[in-house]
Design a protein around this ligand. Structure first.
Ligand code: S3P
Length: 173
C-alpha cells in the first residue's frame, strides 16, 4: 500500500496508525533515505541538489515496493513523475490523502524549514502552484480520502472498513 499526497497531508501520521490496524509494517521513505545517507533531506537538497535526491528516492522506493504487507509513505513529490503511479503493480493499493491549499498551509506551518521546497519567501503561493502541478498525479491513486474532513483515526477506520467490505470499489471519502 502506498500513501500519496502533498507535504502536510498526514502520510507520516496516518501511515503508522493504518499499518498497526492492519498488522503490517510501516516505512516512511524520507526517514529510510536519511538513515541510509546519514544526513537530512535539507542537507541532501543543499549539497547535491533536488535531482540527486529524486534519484535516490526512486531507487529506494523501488526496493521497498517489493515488500508485501507494507504501508509505504513516500514524500509528496515521489508520485509526481510521469509513469510513477502507473509503475505500481496491480496488488499495490494507492491512496491519496487529499487536502486543500489552506489545510496544507496550516499543517506545514511549524516545520516548513525542514521542507526545502517550502522554505521560500512566499510559501503559500508555492503550495498553490505545486499542488496544481501535482494534483493530476495524485488523482491517479485508486482511493482518495479527504483528510481535511476526517481525523486520522477516522481515515484509518474508513480505509480498514472498505478493505474488509469492498476492496474492489474505489474509495472516495
Ligand atoms: C517533498 C516532500 C517531502 C520530502 C522532500 C520533498 C516534495 O516529504 O520528500 O522535502 O517534493 O513534496 P513530505 O511529503 O513527507 O513532507
Amino acid at each position: 500500500m502506498v500513501l500519496v499526497g502533498f507535504m502536510g497531508s498526514g502520510k507520516s501520521t496516518i501511515g503508522p496508525l493504518l499499518s498497526k490496524a492492519l498488522g503490517w509494517r510501516f516505512r516512511d521513505l524520507d526517514r529510510v533515505i536519511e538513515a541510509r545517507e546519514g544526513r537530512s533531506i535539507p542537507e541532501m537538497f543543499r549539497d547535491d541538489g533536488e535531482a540527486a535526491f529524486r534519484a535516490k528516492e526512486d531507487e529506494i522506493a523501488r526496493e521497498l515496493l517489493q515488500e508485501t504487507e507494507l504501508v509505504l509513505a513516500p514524500g509528496g513529490g515521489w508520485s509526481c513523475r510521469e509513469g510513477r503511479m502507473e509503475s505500481l503493480d496491480e496488488e499495490t493499493l494507492s491512496i491519496w490523502l487529499q487536502l486543500s491549499v489552506e489545510g496544507i498551509w496550516r499543517r506545514t506551518a511549524r516545520r516548513r524549514g525542514e521542507r526545502p521546497l517550502l522554505d521560500v519567501e512566499h510559501p503559500q503561493e508555492r503550495i498553490a502552484e505545486l499542488l496544481a502541478e501535482r494534483e493530476p498525479f495524485y488523482r491517479r491513486a485508486k482511493w482518495w480520502v479527504n483528510v481535511g474532513r476526517h481525523s486520522p483515526k477516522q481515515v484509518v477506520r474508513l480505509i480498514v472498513q472498505q478493505l474488509e467490505s469492498n476492496p474492489e470499489r474505489p474509495l472516495r471519502a
